[in-house]
Design a protein around this ligand. Structure first.
Ligand code: CA
Length: 534
């Protein structure tokens, strides 16, 4: 359509030029007039969008479709392009604003077992992706999960396919980045000046994979609730879910509240504020023994049986495989009775056939990644019987390598972030990873490259009693482009209500510091807190 319009415009301009030439032609001695300069107006980006359909991109990918999508909410009008890696089921999506592009790429990490394109409007992503008009890229993780996500989604059948397993576990973003960059450069007529990556959960895992295995790919990487210790995570998921699937081992709502209140009574005030937010989980050292029922039997909702205490111990304690290669540190106590605490991943639900979200995910992992038997009885699984296969899968999937020297040498940056009541990606694991990086690089080099911020009272990726919103991509861009580390930007976590209004703020404290109440002032105001390590 736009070519037709341009062509008619050229015809009009040419006609006007001929008229002028006619006047000049009246004087015979006049030197030959140069041909009139006719410029074809460049198509607008919106007009350009559809021309990409069917195009081959550098990097072995072909565009499937391209169309303009009207602005909606925070999302400005954009050109959406879907492309497929040739000979593969790996696909990626680009969303490129049709005006006001900031010249940069934000690559979005997916979530769960992937199978769909991540979108920047999801609440785990930084708001500046849309407000500052990044071009976004994201992949399907190597395969498309068809239709709505039912329980079959968690079976992760794709992992039985070696190519899809490789794409999902470590390489989908790395493969999609070159054609994605080529597409962005072609669309805007200039390459992106910077490329950033942001993801949460499995997207956080992917963020760590980029930082460790492909340090040349991105200028800055934001890893929220990063499931880098993915092998240990699934071992712990299986361990806990095996227990809670036996009803006598699980805690009903009243017992969950009993436990949560006992934990708060011991640990809430350790940060100076009795506000329902445990900001020093590492100092909590909670022991459920005082809640034990008489003789350890289940005698009612005012106590825990030995089996139930065993479950609390399983959730909060560490495990390790016999070869010492795969470990998990357990989860923090706190928020045992809320959806964005232990409720989200740990407790079983009738809606899941008596299974938990941890159980659904780990069943898929055990059956499709490890045993490669869709009917394997996951209640009998013992990781120590599968160490060779754990080694093969972990060699692709684990993203817990603390050697960030290549990232440091490039001058690229990594921001780590985790909620303290996350019951999927353990906050202890993210702290441990940071500590390991400091151990590998030394504090001075680590400080050039990585910072960790814990979000007290925040669950998996967002939500929970604690303030949870912070634009870490903006913080990253400021660090990379202006040299000011995130920890020197006076950042705050915000809690927002349904209308988007801020109802509470807390300072972001660079780990190992936490926000400590000064003893006076509004507990909903960040100014009433100071970052402290004691
Ligand atoms: Ca507190």
């Amino acid at each position: 359509m736009h070519f037709t319009r341009s062509a008619s415009l050229i015809a009009m301009l040419a006609a006007a030029g001929c008229g002028g030439g006619g006047h000049n032609g009246f004087f015979a001695a006049t030197p030959a007039t140069p041909a009139p300069v006719v410029t074809t107006p460049a198509p607008t980006l919106a007009e350009k969008c559809a021309t990409f359909a069917g195009q081959a991109l550098g990097g072995g990918a072909t565009v499937e479709d391209a169309q303009v999508v009207a602005a909606a909410g925070a999302q400005p009008e954009y050109c959406v392009v879907h492309a497929k890696l040739d000979g593969s089921t790996l696909r990626f999506e680009a969303r490129m604003p049709t005006s006001g592009w900031n010249g940069k790429i934000a690559f979005l990490g997916g979530g769960g077992f992937d199978g769909a394109m991540p979108v920047a409007t999801d609440p785990q992503f930084s708001e500046s992706i849309l407000t500052e008009r990044y071009a976004t890229l994201g992949t399907n993780g190597g395969y498309d999960y068809p239709g709505a996500r039912g329980l079959d989604y968690f079976k992760a059948a794709f992992a039985l396919n070696p190519e899809q397993l490789a794409d999902f576990t470590y390489r989908s973003e790395h493969r999609a980045l070159p054609p994605g960059k080529a597409l962005v450069a072609s669309f805007f007529g200039t390459p992106a000046s910077r490329s950033y990556f942001e993801g949460c959960s499995m997207g956080g895992h992917d963020a760590l994979m980029q930082a460790q295995r492909y340090p040349e790919d991105f200028d800055g990487i934001v890893a929220r609730a990063p499931a880098g210790n993915i092998m240990g995570l699934f071992m712990q998921f299986n361990r806990i879910s095996k227990r809670v699937r036996t009803p006598a081992n699980s805690l009903d709502a009243a017992k969950q509240a009993l436990l949560a209140n006992a934990v708060l009574a011991q640990c809430d005030g350790l940060d100076g504020a009795s506000d329902g937010i445990i900001s020093r989980p590492g100092a909590c050292h909670y022991d459920p023994a005082p809640l034990r029922c008489a003789a350890g039997a289940d005698t009612g909702d005012d106590c825990l049986s030995d089996a139930q205490i065993g479950t609390v111990d399983a959730v909060t304690s560490s495990i390790a495989s016999a070869d010492g290669k795969w470990t998990h540190p357990g989860y923090n106590p706190g928020a045992e009775n809320t959806a964005k605490g232990w409720g989200e991943y740990i407790w079983p639900s009738a809606a899941f056939g008596g299974n938990s979200v941890q159980g659904l995910f780990s069943d898929g992992f055990v059956r499709s990644f490890i045993t490669q038997d869709p009917n394997y009885d996951t209640l009998t699984w013992n990781y120590d019987d599968w160490l060779p296969r754990m080694g093969v899968v972990g060699g692709m999937f684990e993203a817990f390598d603390p050697n960030l020297a290549p990232l440091n040498a490039r001058g690229a940056k990594l921001i780590l972030w985790n909620g303290t009541t996350d019951s999927s990606v353990s906050p202890r694991d993210t702290e441990r990873y940071y500590d390991n990086v400091v151990g590998a690089l030394g504090q001075a080099k680590a400080d050039q490259t990585v910072e960790l911020f814990m979000a007290p009272g925040v669950g998996h990726c967002y939500g929970g009693p604690g303030p949870d919103k912070v634009d870490l991509l903006k913080a990253m861009a400021t660090w990379v482009e202006q040299g000011t580390p995130a920890s020197a930007q006076s950042l705050v976590h915000r809690k927002v209500d349904a209308s988007g209004a801020t109802t509470a703020t807390r300072p972001l404290c660079k780990y190992p510091a936490y926000p400590r109440y000064k003893g006076s002032g509004d507990m909903n105001d960040a100014a009433s807190f100071a970052c402290s390590t004691s």
